[in-house]
Design a protein around this ligand. Structure first.
Ligand code: GLN
Length: 288
């Protein structure tokens, strides 16, 4: 690596590390150039800039080992980019992340940005994010609905520690509460206008066959029993008791539309098609 002189050289080298290797992209970026650039620039403590003076600057010998190491952690060890950067974006907001939480990603971000229209007709006063992880959904909801009080729950104390950091970073300690709860069990008597969740929903077969990056994530955030529906079924069975009369439930699911409709024939599902690897979101109104 002695021939790698400038930042540009190292980014090119980084891109070449991804080539011909089965690295799973999509944990925060979707192309090798973006990943290599982010890793090189963060290691050098520089903001990304295409400015020639920056990009052609010489990388010091002492910095080379650090860049080589971070590229190795990404490409050989398959550590997700977001964990190496301690940063992921969700609904255009930055979040601190590490191995204690899933890397934020959910089509629910798009629903938040469109204020859950057309399903949510009134401004929600109280919002619940079940299985909040990094807190990204709870926080994005609090930003989109500045009048709302938001609760985020998780069974993982580790995840809640990360969520607490993010709530502080976004200066939302007044409006976003975090509760250690196994689904609804610590929320007796509470009612919410909007309940949102991206629960774990990977089935046992898929869990055995995950890309390596996913195996670096907490299993608690992904696995949900043999059919992947353990948590989703609990949410569906109990949600009506925690929704206000016009309340709406939005839950991300995998390819389980048919199984869920069979199990809950009375639930008025509205299936929202998101074309992203079979992921879907459904909305349920307790009013019906
Ligand atoms: N397939 C989803 C993903 O990794 C599973 C996430 C989840 O279980 N909530 O994006």
């Amino acid at each position: 690596q002695q021939h790698l002189v400038s930042i540009r050289d190292w980014i090119r080298f980084g891109v070449s590390c991804f080539r011909g290797c089965d690295v799973h992209l999509g944990h925060g970026s979707d192309d090798p150039f973006a990943e290599a650039t982010a890793l090189v620039m963060q290691t050098l403590n520089l903001a990304w800039s295409a400015d020639a003076e920056i990009i052609d600057a010489v990388v010091l010998p002492s910095e080379r080992a650090a860049i080589a190491e971070v590229l190795k952690r990404r490409v050989n060890d398959r550590t997700p980019l977001a964990y190496l950067l301690n940063l992921a974006y969700f609904a255009n907001l930055p979040f601190y992340v590490d191995e204690r939480v899933l890397v934020p990603r959910s089509p629910i971000a798009e629903l938040i940005e469109s204020r859950f229209l057309p399903w949510l007709s009134v401004e929600p006063q109280r919002i619940l994010d079940l299985c909040t992880g990094s807190g990204c959904i709870a926080i994005a909801c609090a930003m989109e609905f500045p009048e709302a009080i938001v609760d985020g729950t998780d069974i993982s104390i580790d995840a809640l520690s990360v969520a607490a950091l993010n709530v502080e970073h976004h200066e939302l300690t007044e409006r976003v509460g975090l509760i250690e709860s196994d689904v609804f069990n610590k929320l007796p008597g509470q009612r919410y206008d909007l309940i949102v969740s991206n629960p774990p929903y990977v089935d046992a077969e898929d869990m055995a066959d995950l890309p390596l990056e996913f195996t670096r994530e907490p299993e608690l955030g992904l696995a949900s029993g043999v059919d992947g529906l353990d948590i989703t079924k609990r949410i569906l069975a109990e949600a009506a008791d925690y929704l206000t009369d016009d309340g709406v439930l939005v839950v991300e699911v995998g390819n389980s539309q048919w199984a869920l409709q069979q199990t809950f024939p009375d639930v008025p599902f509205v299936w929202v098609d998101f074309i992203r690897g079979g992921q879907g979101v459904f909305v349920l109104s307790a009013a019906e």
